[in-house]
Write a protein that binds this ligand. Structure first.
Ligand code: E4P
Length: 218
């Protein structure tokens, strides 16, 4: 399973890249706003730091302007995936940009029917938002299961499932159990995945016992 980081904060991203766990990045207009940076500049910096796909989202809602914005974003670097919303115009844009050889990430997916449309439109990635479904009292991970079943039934579609709106390590575990291709993790969730109280306690005990031996490996 590949891990993307859901952030437009380059400093935070660089700390995670050195762990060797980062395969790509996703951004969205809210994350760009939070960064306080210019979208073209910060996206270029991110694309330089991470070799894998970097999603940059269009902000227009009509086909012609989405194409124009998407082509401009795609020119930032070879590893840009243009992110488009799951709308009629968004999927038209997806089809055109995909046919031009541009990676496209279709975002704001909340149903399996929408995911099927995105696959037919040639999306490179479909981004179902699990956390936002959980927030509504639903089980977001059931959507991943359903999309996985549909995509597995039609191997001619190459669209990858990119689990988005992840809130906890448990979301990541469940996505991996289902065989999702990618998860996009807020930095905090990736750091949290390293943590277990028994790991910390076990290490404390080992180091304390080791200290009593008076030995040194080096
Ligand atoms: C990623 O592509 C999405 O924009 C992101 O995961 C949304 O997460 P949120 O629901 O926490 O804003």
């Amino acid at each position: 399973m590949r891990f993307f980081v859901d952030t437009a904060d380059v400093t935070e991203l660089e700390k995670l890249v050195v762990t060797g766990m980062v395969d790509g990045v996703t951004t969205n207009p809210s994350l760009i706003a939070k960064s306080g940076r210019n979208i073209l500049e910060v996206t270029k910096e991110i694309a330089d730091v991470v070799p894998g796909p970097v999603s940059a989202e269009v902000t227009a809602t009509d086909y012609d302007t989405m194409i124009e914005e998407g082509q401009k974003l795609a020119k930032i670097a070879d590893n840009i995936a243009v992110k488009v919303p799951l709308t009629v115009d968004g999927l038209r844009t997806c089809k055109t940009l995909s046919s031009q050889g541009t990676m496209v990430n279709v975002t704001l997916c909340f149903s399996a029917a929408q995911a099927l449309l995105a696959a037919k439109a040639g999306a490179t990635f479909i981004s179902p938002f699990v956390g936002r479904l959980d927030d509504m009292g639903m089980d977001g991970m059931e959507l991943i299961e359903s999309i996985k079943d549909i995509y597995d039934a039609y191997p001619q579609y190459s669209t990858e499932i990119l689990v988005a709106s992840i809130r906890t390590p448990r979301h990541v575990e469940r996505a991996a159990e289902m065989g999702a291709d990618v998860g996009t993790l807020p930095p905090r969730v990736l750091w949290d995945m390293y943590q277990h109280p028994l790991t910390s306690k076990g290490l404390d005990d080992f180091l304390s016992d080791w200290g009593r031996t008076g030995q040194s490996i080096l």
